[in-house]
Design a protein around this ligand. Structure first.
Ligand code: G1P
Length: 899
């Protein structure tokens, strides 16, 4: 029997004895801010933000170490003890023996249900946890059934430790901050209100109230309370053997007060009498609110089983509807995995890159890359408002082509760096353009390029190499002209600034400098002489695509010219001699950044759009030739690949070294995606990637071979054990981008191999040991790590829709360019995708009765609601936007026959 089984087409799944697998966790969250992780024993944590942790913050090692879980205890009149969470000393001791409880988790988007049957006590409990969409409350709905054939008398105890403070205090003054706690018991639970937010830089009064409330399904309130950890555990007691429970103690009454202790949301319910087969139910509500009144309102909202069940149903359907993309292929489990992958971008939006047990870093914000990646998946699932989001995000670009990296709440709220020179990631300028391109393709709104947006301004200037002493925060974080006016420029101008400044910032090999790092955050020790060939390739692709966007603007809008700030003129120097000369490039860039160091003049010049596009294409062409010539490593026979980096000693990092072959995936991905690699080179790259990087059993393509060296001249990644994270793991995001690049270049079989291996490993629970979804990476033994919060999910989805199914916008029209392999069709030869495009829900069905592979079929006919689609010069079926907009219905079906 498989360990993990899907239970419906929405991806809901169940797994038996989940506590026998380590490090499992499941995310729950609301749109309002509460974010939780739940383990098979109901461990994990819950928080609103870094400062506001309801439950004690956990990292991965706490998942098996901590016993301070959300617990619900039952004690029989004969003194037998049972934890519905499975977290009692007895249940732990019986694990892996025949006395172990039968347990099962069933879960779907934002709900988690844990069933547990005690063999010795003939009791069955189910604890269903969820967070309603618009509240900051975690609800636990608990049912208790008597499975024996005699009546039972049970005393239930709820027990949830309340941490109630900032994650920083886990180490910084944990004990002192417990002294701030003021704890009250009320008729339905325990309230904890710390007197202040502890911060030695400036303590602040606190108004946040943390609480655990409860009642029985029949409406009974708890009868007594244990508001502190010490009262609940008792002297010498533990979380798996609490004396309050074991000794059936009576706690303090409602209306009691405690102070200066670790708080406990624990209480004892009245005795319950259960006839054979009879069931009782309980509701626990845990959360945090900044006023007492809101807690009462929440309690009123969820204090009966009917209310809870209704809220649970609403929560389930809300998230199912959000994930409005679905796949049908020859592999139903793959399709269900895709549901989770399409759901993951929502999780990343809510959790940022922090706040799940592996993600024990950061303070919850989102990074620059994430902003743009989130937009990719939003464009595919929830496109309304993405245009405005993109516009606002461009406000984070500085006039020197770098960008703000401190990102506040809400769109377009970037925070000035006041503390000197911060890190510059050399890949950052790449992503905004990729997202803008997808936006234009999907919507046809090429006019977005003309929309005016300000530039970000702070003390960092000259691409993070100098401080602007003339700037002070009082001037605000927007670039001004010498007349003191806030300057705005078109999005096209922002893109040009980003792509052109990058073009000049080269190292001694005339390759774009690595600076603080590129996509690979862990290449952070080569800021002086390091160069990223990989991202130079990517930028070459960007220059070419920007040119095509400019040509589209010209043809669509009839405009002939762009008006740009006069400072930019020198960046358009097209002298071929200059291209070849790194020193001259650096000097030119310095002239430019000095000219706009503090402000810009406000003067303009005009340039013809076609001249501009020609200029960019020339740069892309030059880079392509240069990279192909200089960076290609001949791998012998039919192999070869691109060197991806230069280290801080200026040495190429890849090739044939005395003791090993050094190859990295990143350089291959972007040379393919950026159209730098020729088709012949791609063939050789894929052969080398298969030779040196592919390990099917752990997810497929690893990020690099083992360098067997610490390489302090490259980055922290070489300090990681080989196979962990950025050092040679199967890093999902890069593998997916590899697949994406291969598909774009027509290498569908190779691209599918990369995606399929990832998916198969994720779904192989015995190897990956994760719930369905794509993890950030698979380590060397195949375990899925850093589950859920990864940009790989957006890219996987993007690749499946726009490349594998080939359903994508092209300047607003919808095209169908399938690259599915024969095995991806079901037994009837059908494969379909449902998705939103241009405000309509579309179902696109491909028919391939002979199960031909990509490359063997062409489109023989295509129709949408009676309209016959034409094919374009590339053989793709096209649904013009005008026709699409003309259909009256909101649900359309497109059928494409392949032959
Ligand atoms: C994570 C980071 C991402 C970074 C990558 C490689 O990847 O979030 O910004 O580029 O590591 O260092 P993720 O899987 O979350 O996309």
């Amino acid at each position: 029997m498989k360990h993990l089984q899907f239970t419906d087409e929405h991806g809901s799944f169940s797994i038996e004895q989940p506590e026998n697998t380590s490090y499992l966790y499941f995310p729950l969250a609301s749109e309002k801010g509460l974010k939780s992780s739940v383990t098979p024993n109901l461990g994990g944590d819950a928080k609103i933000d870094q400062e506001t942790f309801l439950l004690e913050p956990v990292s991965a090692e706490n998942l098996h170490n901590n016993r301070s879980v959300r617990n619900f205890w039952l004690v029989s009149d004969t003194g037998e003890i049972f934890s519905a969470s499975g977290a009692s000393a007895q249940q732990e001791a019986s694990r892996f023996t025949e006395l172990q409880d039968d347990s099962r988790i069933t879960a779907g988007f934002m709900w988690h249900s844990m069933e547990r049957i005690s063999k010795s006590q003939s009791v069955r409990t189910v604890v269903t946890s969820f967070i309603p969409v618009n509240d900051n409350a975690e609800i636990m709905y608990i049912t208790v059934r008597n499975l024996s054939d005699s009546a039972k008398v049970l005393i239930p105890f709820a027990a949830v430790p309340v941490y109630g403070r900032s994650a920083d205090n886990i180490r910084d003054h944990r004990n002192v901050t417990s002294m701030l706690h003021r704890i009250r018991t009320e008729s339905h639970g325990v309230l904890v209100r710390p007197t202040m937010s502890f911060d030695e830089r400036g303590h602040r009064p606190n108004s946040m109230i943390y609480y655990v409330y409860g009642c029985s399904g029949a409406g009974e309130a708890p009868e007594s309370f244990f508001p502190t950890v010490e009262e609940f555990l008792g002297e010498g007691g533990t979380y798996t053997h609490p004396r309050a429970v074991c000794e059936r103690r009576t706690g303090v009454p409602s209306g009691s007060f405690a102070a200066g202790r670790e708080a406990m949301g624990a209480f004892r319910f009245p005795e319950v009498h259960l006839a054979p087969g009879e069931e009782a139910d309980y509701i626990l509500i845990l959360g945090a609110e900044d006023n007492r009144e809101s807690i009462s309102q929440i309690y009123e909202k969820y204090n009966t089983p009917d209310k809870v069940k209704k809220a649970l149903d609403e929560t389930k359907s809300w998230w199912r509807e959000k994930v409005n993309t679905g796949f049908h292929t020859g592999d139903a489990d793959f399709d269900r995995l895709m549901k989770w992958i399409c759901f993951q971008p929502f999780l990343r939006r809510l959790f940022g890159c922090s706040f799940l047990p592996h993600h024990d870093y950061g303070r919850g914000g989102r990074g620059w890359r994430d902003l743009w990646q989130d937009c990719l998946s939003l464009l595919l699932m929830d496109p309304d408002g993405v245009g405005q989001m993109i516009e606002k995000n461009f406000g984070g670009v500085r006039i020197d082509g770098t960008n703000a990296t401190i990102i506040g709440e809400g769109d377009g709220n970037f925070i000035a760096d006041r503390n000197g020179i911060a890190r510059v990631w050399m890949d950052h300028a790449l992503w905004p353009q990729m997202t803008t391109k997808l936006y234009i393709d999907q919507t046809g709104d090429v006019e977005i390029l003309n929309r005016k947006v300000p530039y970000f301004k702070d003390a960092q200037t000259c691409r993070g190499t100098q401080n602007d002493e003339q700037w002070d925060a009082g001037q605000g974080s927007l670039l001004r002209t010498k007349d003191g006016e806030i300057y705005t420029g078109s999005i096209l101008e922002h893109l040009l600034v980003q792509q052109l400044t990058a073009f000049y910032e080269v190292g001694s090999h005339n390759i774009y400098r690595l600076r603080g790092a590129d996509w690979n955050d862990a290449l952070d020790m080569a800021s002086e002489r390091g160069e990223s060939v990989a991202f130079t390739c990517a930028y070459a692709g960007n220059l070419r695509e920007l040119a095509s966007m400019i040509r589209l603007l010209e043809s669509r809008s009839g405009e002939k010219e762009a008006v740009l700030p006069e400072e930019l003129q020198i960046l358009l120097n097209g002298d071929a001699g200059l291209f070849e000369d790194p020193d001259a490039k650096n000097a030119l860039l310095a002239d430019y950044t000095q000219s706009c160091r503090h402000q810009i003049s406000g003067g303009h010049f005009s340039i013809s759009l076609s001249v501009l596009a020609d200029d960019l294409e020339r740069r892309a062409g030059w880079l392509t030739g240069y990279l192909r010539e200089q960076e290609w490593i001949d791998g012998g026979a039919d192999e070869g690949w691109f060197n991806s980096y230069y280290d801080n000693h200026g040495r190429a990092v890849e090739g044939f070294f005395p003791n090993e072959v050094r190859m990295m995936l990143t350089g291959q991905v972007f040379s393919i995606m950026g159209n730098v690699a020729s088709d012949e080179q791609i063939r050789r790259i894929t052969a080398s990637a298969d030779h040196y990087l592919y390990r099917k059993e752990i997810g497929g393509y690893r990020l690099n071979t083992d360098f067997h060296e610490l390489k302090f001249d490259m980055g922290r990644m070489f300090g990681f054990a080989y196979g962990e994270k950025e050092n040679g793991a199967v890093f999902s995001h890069m593998t997916v981008m590899y697949a994406n690049a291969l598909y774009r270049r027509g290498f569908a079989k190779e691209g599918w191999k990369a995606l399929k291996t990832l998916a198969e490993t994720a779904l192989d629970f015995d190897t990956s040991r994760i719930y369905p979804g794509i993890p950030e990476y698979f380590r060397s033994d195949g375990r899925g790590m850093y589950h859920y919060l990864t940009g790989a999910a957006s890219w996987f989805m993007l690749t499946m829709i726009t490349q594998v199914f080939g359903v994508r916008g092209e300047a607003g029209d919808l095209i169908f360019a399938p690259r599915l392999m024969g095995e991806q069709f079901d037994s009837q030869g059908k494969a379909s995708v449902s998705l939103v495009f241009a405000g309509k829900q579309l179902e696109v069905i491909y028919e391939n009765p002979e199960h031909k592979d990509s490359g063997e079929y062409t489109i023989s006919s295509a129709a949408c609601e009676g309209y016959r689609l034409q094919t374009d010069s590339a053989g793709y079926a096209v649904l013009p936007r005008k026709v699409l907009d003309g259909f009256s219905g909101d649900h359309l079906r497109v059928t494409v026959t392949l032959n």
